[in-house]
Design a protein around this ligand. Sequence first.
Ligand code: NAD
Length: 435
Amino acid sequence: MEMVIGARNVKQLLVLLISGFVVLCLYRSWAYTEKVSYSYHDDKSGKVYNAVEQTMSQYPDTGSENLQGAQRQIKELEKKIKDLEKRIPQRYPDVKYLNYRSRKRILVTGGAGFVGSHLVDRLMMAGHEVIVADNFFTGRKQNVDHWIGHENFELIHHDIVNPLYIEVDEIYHLASPASPPHYMYNPVKTIKTNTVGTINMLGLAKRVGARVLIASTSEVYGDPEVHPQPESYWGHVNPIGPRACYDEGKRVAETLSYAYAKQEKVDVRVARIFNTFGPRMHMNDGRVVSNFILQALKNEPITIYGHGKQTRSFQYVSDLVDGLIALMASNYTLPVNLGNPTEHTIEEFASMINQLVGKSSTIKQVAAVEDDPQRRKPDISRAKKYLGWEPKVPLMAGLRKTVLYFEKEIQRATQEQRNFYRPEERTFSSLQDLK
Ligand SMILES: NC(=O)c1ccc[n+]([C@@H]2O[C@H](COP(=O)([O-])OP(=O)(O)OC[C@H]3O[C@@H](n4cnc5c(N)ncnc54)[C@H](O)[C@@H]3O)[C@@H](O)[C@H]2O)c1
């Protein structure tokens, strides 16, 4: 009997002791648990991340000391991360953030070409999603390679003579060879690109309800009898001459645009682009700017076709891009001339380039080219009135940048530099770095 009572008492005592120990443990863990919250400031995005919580229950006795130590370590680590980040070259140029309402999905046909690639840069920097469709006939991947892999950018190897089924909000339709040697190389293909290709783009615009801007040309005025050329001038084009595949192709592209606008209610814009120059233009496109700069850089005679008194007006590519974007954004639907009205004779132009390059190439006159227009100068009053647009870049400033670009291209063409291009070595801080 005594034995039973003794064992029961011991059992009760043990239960009492265990319960007391558990209560003590719970109290200590509650009393020494500290909550830590801190905020992290991301310099790049400018965002502040708050309320990250940690419990320090594993250090019951030295809670506040450990907390301070941990905060110090976090700060040191943050500094190290920033230092390391500075050493990584920025892979892409800085792009504005647009929310889903203002961000558009934009197709640029011919976006790997000279004008197209500058337009792509501007649209990307503005924060839009850009899709380039190009068959690389005269364009090159290198013109847009700084965007390849960016989440807002897509490059499609596509010939616009075939239909394209994608969803977009806007279409800049620039695909077409633009310089005489290129568009005369395969005249039938040039006509197909400007007719069938334009039908495909207008059809796509109709299907998805996109606004479409057609890149037309001052060549629709042919060898003009009116000077300067207003948009109301109908032109003077030889329909069976060597340039007809391009001139008439673009005239049909305009006709198609207004037929789709009238019949299918497609929202169209038509830009009549005059001579444009700048970095990324073709080295051997056979046009005045590239010919003269290359000849002057190589110290060869500058070749003038004909007497040299024929005039041209040249616009810098960034001015054209401003005009294209302003036209797309406007409510104006008739054709608009985009060009620089400052006129120069070809002779004057040759001596300006000689002066810029700093060499003294001689001038060599050769026979005039068939159907070469004698005078070309845009009347830009419509663009001024409806788009508030006019060119800003002075000819000499634009030519200086273009000469630099040609110099680099000539260097790149040397044997040692070929295939020796490492994109990861490039860093960007502004649009200027892309040129
Ligand atoms: N640069 C100028 O001075 C000028 C003047 C008047 C009009 N334009 C017009 O502006 C546009 C762009 O001219 P650019 O100077 O940039 O010429 P570019 O030759 O550099 O660019 C044209 C682009 O279109 C692409 N392309 C051609 N045919 C295609 C096809 N069938 N399918 C898909 N892609 C195709 C080429 O590969 C190239 O990337 C053209 O429509 C041109 O007619 C240019």
